[in-house]
Design a protein around this ligand. Sequence first.
Ligand SMILES: Cc1ncc(COP(=O)(O)O)c(C=O)c1O
Length: 381
Amino acid sequence: MRRIDQIEPFRVMQLLERAKQLEAEGRRIVHLEIGEPDFPTPPPVLEAARKWLDTGDLFYTPSTGAPALQTALSAWYNQEYDIDVAPERILITPGTSGAFSLIYAVLLEAGESVLLSDPGYPCQRNFIRLAGGEPVNIPVGPESRYHLSADLIHQHWRPNSRAAVLINPSNPTGTLIEPRAFADITTTCRELGGYLISDEIYHGLTYGTRARCALEFVQHAIVVNGFSKRWAMTGWRIGWVIVPESLIDACRRVMQNIFIAAPTLSQHAAIAALNCAQETESMRLAYDERRCFLLKKLPELGFDIVIEPQGGFYIYANVKNITSHARDFCRDLLEQAGVAVTPGEDFGSFQANEHVRFSYATGMDDIREGIRRIGAYLSGD
Ligand SMILES: Cc1ncc(COP(=O)(O)O)c(C=O)c1O
């Protein structure tokens, strides 16, 4: 099969398109499917962007990023995690999506494999395939809090494996890995001679606990993060990746070729985002209120939440008590009740038909209405 034929669509976007179609026909749809913050960009970021526009400096930055942002991020790691990261190891990318295309282009030769959790963020396997690599999807469940474990990595590692990916907090499950299990994974990857790639895009969106950065355990990890979620800046297309020093030169060469540099305006606005602790905290508190509401209401409707999610803005629920076909259930829920929820199959194949993902990146009024509609649908009203 040609490489491009292996690339699956990002199905949640297709679901969104159908929901928009229904809205165009006059239906009011409750969106519990989208993984995009419903909050606007924090005002100090907009202010910084306006000021930067006035300077007129909208030329390319160096490929690895505006030095001022690299330095600000380095200071931020010190504040946030109490770790030292040299600014030149922090490479600025067009979203974390840009970071993933970059690192797989740098790490993978044709046919080399990368270990992923199933369920997991669906774009990962396609980034790997586009770089000529092979994703190894490893079924995970509640026993490892839906994360890869050191044992699973040992079991599935092949001579041609290059890396294992951890998404913590997880999309789609919102669960965090235990620090002990995290430490074991970092050691295992190192012993096997591979990289741990840690996707930390949902850091800062945790409830009652904090997420650990992979670099708190080991300097050799590759850490990916960005401004889309915690700072509600999806459309600014800005993220970063921290790489070991030995990879900087290869990354720079790839960056010079594939995107030249991340957007200049976004890079300078992002510096202001790092000082928006108050704004991000009020968003976090709002997410937590929604999370607590759903954690109470969904089980009353028959959804089984096996592990309480403590991060991101997702709840991954088992629907065995309601249906044996999550995909059909989600389709009917959208068409008949006007509530969009993502079926498990978007995130892999393991027990996919038994699960759905709820996103609470939507306002409390809509969440209440969604619950009311799902309740009415299930009781046949
Ligand atoms: C786990 C995870 N990683 C990466 C991304 C991509 O984010 P962006 O490219 O906007 O930084 C997403 C988006 O939903 C995500 O859920």
